[in-house]
Structure formats: C-alpha cells, structure tokens
Ligand binder design. Structure first.
Ligand code: SAM
Length: 265
C-alpha cells in the first residue's frame, strides 16, 4: 500500500538529499536517475557549463582533441556525447567521421539542433548522433580509431564495462580519451574548489536551469565519491590499454587520460 503522504514518483527529484547522502555511484537506480537528471537540464546545459567553468570547458575539450592526435583518416566515437560539444571539436579537429552516442534523448535533441544551426566549413564532416548505451555499444569490433568520453565516465553505472567496450570497438593502434573532473591536489585549491562546487554552483546553476532534479547537487557529490585519476588510469590499463598518459588541467580540477590499444603483431 503506497504511503499517501509520500511524494509521487513524478514529483520526486532524480537526486534527493537521501540518495546523495550515500555514494551515488553505488545507487542501484543510478542509470535512471542520471538519465532523468540530464533530461531535465539539457536545454541550459551548455550555458551552465560556459558560465560555471568561466569558459574553460571548451578549452579542455580542444585539449582532449589535440591529445587524441586525430587525423584525416580517423573515425571518432564520442561516447556520452551529451549536447555534442566534444563531438563538434573532433569534427573541427579534422576527423574523417564523428559519431556521438548518448542515452538521454533530450541531450541528443540539443546536439542535433546545434549541428544543424552551425556554419560548417566545407572540408569539415559534421558529427552525427545516435542514442545508445556506453556499456553496450552497437558498433562492430575494431571499427573506430578514437573513442572519447568527456564528463561521462563518472555518470556511467559500470565504468570498467564501458572502458572494455571502448577497447573492443577500437582498431589496433586506436586511442581512448577520457576527460573527467577530479579533486585538485593542492589543499588551498581543493578548499576553494570545494566551496565553489558545493555552496555556490548548485544554487546558481539550479537557478539558471530552473532545475528541480538535483543535478547540481549530484555533480560535486559524484566527483568527490568517484575514482581518483590514478584509479581511472588503473581501470584503463585493466581494460587492455597501454602507454597511458594523464594531463591535469586548470589547477587540477580535471584530467585527461589517454590510452593506446596495441598496434597488433
Ligand atoms: C556531463 S554530460 C557530458 C556531455 C558531453 N560529453 C560534454 O562534454 O559536455 C554526461 C552525459 O553522459 C550521458 N550518459 C550517462 N550514462 C550513460 C550511458 N550509460 N550511456 C550513454 N550515455 C550516458 C548522459 O546522458 C549525459 O549526456
């Protein structure tokens, strides 16, 4: 018998304070909550990113493209592509093809609107987008040269399974590029960043997105409870990647992990 005083499933935020008190990555309902939350914030997602990173987020994505050493013969799969900013950066970076995959339809809708409204130079191949799951990619073995994921691996239910999928779909010699937030190593920066991410950003970002899903309360909680960059490097190695390099950016608030699939015999 449902409790008549309890909020209905629809009225309940994707992430409420009870769900965020414990580790959100261990929540058995994480995938549904993540999808619902991105569905709720999709329209203002880019604006919030630009404002709250002071414009740095696009520079981080461009850096990821440079570190992938993408060339004119490279096919790129941008997993958890969201509204397509990294997919677009890969396209402009000269990839032969870019496919963005995400499991939230509202994020893909924004990505498609953007790609259709942009002016694209004639020699650039526009990205295309499909709905799909990072842990079960609908692409053949050894079909891609670069697999990227920006601010997505933290949101996936089973990161190890996703990174194994990335290894499967990469051709020999292919690269995986993982861009993700982390906690700065320097104590003063960690304190400042913690204050900003936990006290200021949740208020301003929720206001801008008119968000009631709890997305911007989940964000700092999901970062502090997620794997450290060194654990992400170990997970990438365990999936079969070698020559793993990590680059920290903006006083250590995010890091790019690059791994290589062996070039073959
Ligand atoms: C923080 S956004 C990042 C979007 C984009 N990569 C960027 O750079 O802004 C995280 C994205 O991961 C997607 N996502 C989370 N889990 C996923 C999964 N299992 N499969 C596909 N997409 C997933 C969400 O729908 C969301 O669009």
């Amino acid at each position: 018998m449902p409790d008549p005083g309890a909020p209905s499933e629809e009225a309940r935020p994707a992430w409420d304070s009870t769900a965020l008190r414990s580790d959100p990555h261990a929540d058995p309902d994480k995938a549904r909550r993540v999808q619902e939350m991105f569905g709720a914030i999709a329209r203002r997602y880019d604006l919030n990113n630009r404002l709250h990173s002071l414009g740095r987020d696009q520079a981080w994505r461009r850096r990821a493209v440079r570190l992938a050493q993408v060339g004119p013969d490279d096919d790129v799969l941008d997993v958890a592509c969201g509204t397509g900013d990294l997919s677009e950066a890969f396209a402009r970076g000269g990839a032969r093809s870019v496919i963005g995959v995400d499991f939230t339809p509202e994020m893909l809708e924004v990505a498609n609107v953007k790609v259709n409204h942009r002016r694209w130079p004639r020699d650039v191949t526009r990205p295309t987008y499909v709905q799909g799951d990072a842990m079960d990619l609908q692409f053949p073995d050894e079909s891609q040269d670069v697999v990227s994921i920006a601010f997505g691996i933290r949101n996936v239910t089973d990161p190890a399974k996703a990174v194994s999928e990335f290894h499967r779909v990469l051709r020999p010699g292919g690269r995986v590029v993982i861009l993700e937030f982390c906690e700065p190593g320097l104590a003063p920066m960690r304190l400042f960043n913690g204050f900003y991410c936990k006290r200021i950003m949740p208020l301003t970002a929720s206001l801008i997105a008119r968000d009631r899903s709890g997305a911007y309360q989940y964000l700092p909680r999901s970062i502090e409870t997620f794997s450290k960059p060194e654990d992400l490097a170990a997970l990438t190695a365990a999936a079969g990647f070698g020559e793993i390099q990590q680059t920290r950016m903006t006083m250590g608030i995010c890091a790019i992990t690059v791994g290589h699939k062996a070039a073959g015999p």
